[in-house]
Structures are given as structure tokens and as C-alpha cells.
Design a protein around this ligand. Sequence first.
Ligand SMILES: Cc1ncc(COP(=O)(O)O)c(C=O)c1O
Length: 389
Amino acid sequence: MSDLTERAAKLDADDPLAGRRDLFDLDDGVVYLDGNSLGALPRHVPAKVADVLTRQWGRMRIRSWTEGGWWEAPERIGDRIAPLVGAAPGHVVVGDSTSVNVFRAVISALRMTPGRAEILVDATTFPTDGYIAASAARLAGATVRAVHPAEVPTALSGNTAVVLLNHVDYRSGRLHDMGALTAAVHNAGARVIWDLSHSAGALPVDLKTSNVDFAVGCTYKYLNGGPGAPAFFAVRPDLLPQLDQPLGGWCSHREPFAMDSEYVAAEGIAKARAGTPEIVSLLTLDAALDVWDGVDLHQLRQKSLALTGFFEDCVAELAPAARSVTPEIRGSQVSLSCVDAERVMGELIARGVVGDHRPPDLLRFGFTPLYTRFVDALRAAEILGEILA
Ligand SMILES: Cc1ncc(COP(=O)(O)O)c(C=O)c1O
């Protein structure tokens, strides 16, 4: 047995989260390292979704809105996500896409910072955040400046209204210092929005301790909510009373069924809703969140760091033509740079190692700690080594 094979076997044997893998519908023929794009399906979800369709919709029909808990689902599911991102209960709501929630957060933050007109956007952001911030700026008569997260403290000024940051860089996997950057933004009198798409479910996040104003994020990645699962929106408790979000619709009205022509926002986090919730997707996510019951997020973090570190060791030994560009302070992914990366990823996928390619030269591998084994990391590096050789 090689040294790496022995290490993988021991790490898997000692893994306190090893049993969680059985909760997912995964086959041993494929090494799935793309949970940072689309999380795997938890086995129990199809039966729960079938119940939503056949009994709740099919038999109960419209009664499900009131008797089946459909109406409150956005807030109730928000409360299930809250502990995963360190938010207070009653301050997270689920609905719409992350893109829409970025818009909601940027305009809300601009409305809280009158007299200031500049939005700083993470220069390394996933594109949608930048596009949406630019559009929100045009609408609000503000300007946008792209800055690297490390340069935010020096870029802040008395004109900065909002800073929009990604917690984990989707390309390199770099993890940014949420506490320090949030404090810097607050010292300048501005508001911060964190996009947690690559950290929610990948590592413990503590919005409360970091005093974060707004957070948004995808639920179809490390939270395994399914394709197109609705996103979450979180707001700092003391900001909720003054929250004036731009997409207030009938579902965020204080009395939705009064059908009043005048808009009066609801009092709690329901004021961050807009229209009819995506019930089938929401309840798919709700079911998927069961896999988190009893998970210790610090154990999750330890496993994630061990997995990504072990993968890098395997790559260094077995596939030295690829080089990790992921810093040590990281989320739960490793990105490798190599020549002809697009073709290499195509071959990896054809040989049962599923990651993804980000242009021009990156192979991106997500290590979902709930279901990825150390032996998977080794197998991926072995096959990569064969392809690159
Ligand atoms: C950081 C980040 N924000 C937002 C998105 C996408 O948002 P949406 O669900 O609106 O497509 C992604 C998707 O990969 C992402 O990585």
C-alpha cells in the first residue's frame, strides 16, 4: 500500500462525518467534486417532494397554503438556515435567486446610507454580483468601483455607501476575513453585504459575531437544495425595523389578504419577501436541509481543511504538472492551474472525476465535507496524474 493510500484509509476510518455520505444518492463509480456548483441529492428528498406534489398539491390543493404551512415556508426555512450562517432566528428569509437578493440588499443598503453614492464591489466577484450592483447603481444614481477585497480598507471613503463582497472567491477558493472587513466598512460609516454562496454549508459562518449588515447566498451548492433552489437573504437584527427593500410586493405586505392599494411593509423578516414563494423548490430545499441535523460545523471545517490539504498533497505527488492556486485560508475547494485545462477537465469527467473548468486555466474541485471521502481525493489526483502524464 502506498503512503497516500494508507493515509486516505486512515483519514476515512477516523472521519466522524463518514456516515453522512450514506444520506446521499452517490455511486462509487464517480468521484463527485462539483458540489460547489450543484450539491448532490440526499436520498430521502424524492419521497418528500412526491408528498408535496401528490398529497399537498394533489389532494389538499389550495388548503396547503394555510393548513400545510406553505405560506410561512420562506421564513420557516430561513430559520433552518440561520444556524448554518450564524444569523439570529427571524432574520433570514428564503426566496428568489441570489442575483435578485443581491439587488434587494444593494438597494436596501443604499437607502440606509443617504448622501453617499459609491458602491465598492469585490473585483474578484462572481459576475452576477457585479452586474446587479452596476444596474442598481444606475437606478439609484450611484457609481460602482471594483476593488480587491484586500484593498477595501484603503478604498473606503466618506462617499462609500455599500461594499459587496464574496466570502469565498469562487475561482481561487480564497476565504476573506469577514470580521475585519466588516469592521473596516462600519468604521467608514458604510454597509456591507456578504455573498455566502461558497461558504454556507462549507464552513461555519458567524454573521452575528461579525456584525454583518446583509448576507445572501445560494442554497443549491453546499446546502444541496437542488437545481435552482431559492436563495437566502439575511439582515442584521437591529437593521430590520428600518429595512426598506425595493421589491416589496403583496407577500411582504403587513396584511397581504387585505388587498389594500397602499403598501405597508410587514414587521418581521417577511418584509423581505416579494411575491408567491416557489413552493416546490422551497420544500425540496426544506427536505434537503435534514442532512444538517446534528452536524457539528467545527468538525465539518476540520474535515474540509483536511480533505483539501490531502488533495493538494496527492496532486503534488501524483500530478505535479498541475499547481494549486488555492491559498491556505480557504473555503472547501481547491483550484488547480494547468495547461489545456478545459480539455483536461473534459477527460477527467469522461473518466468519472467530476469537477469544473473556469477559464482560462483552472480546474476547480469542490470538497463537500458531508459526502466526500479522502479516498475520493486520492482517486481524483491519480486520474489527473494519468491524464497530465
Ligand atoms: C458567489 C456567487 N453568487 C451568485 C451566484 C449565482 O446566483 P444565482 O443563483 O442568482 O444564479 C453564484 C453561482 O455560482 C455564485 O458563485
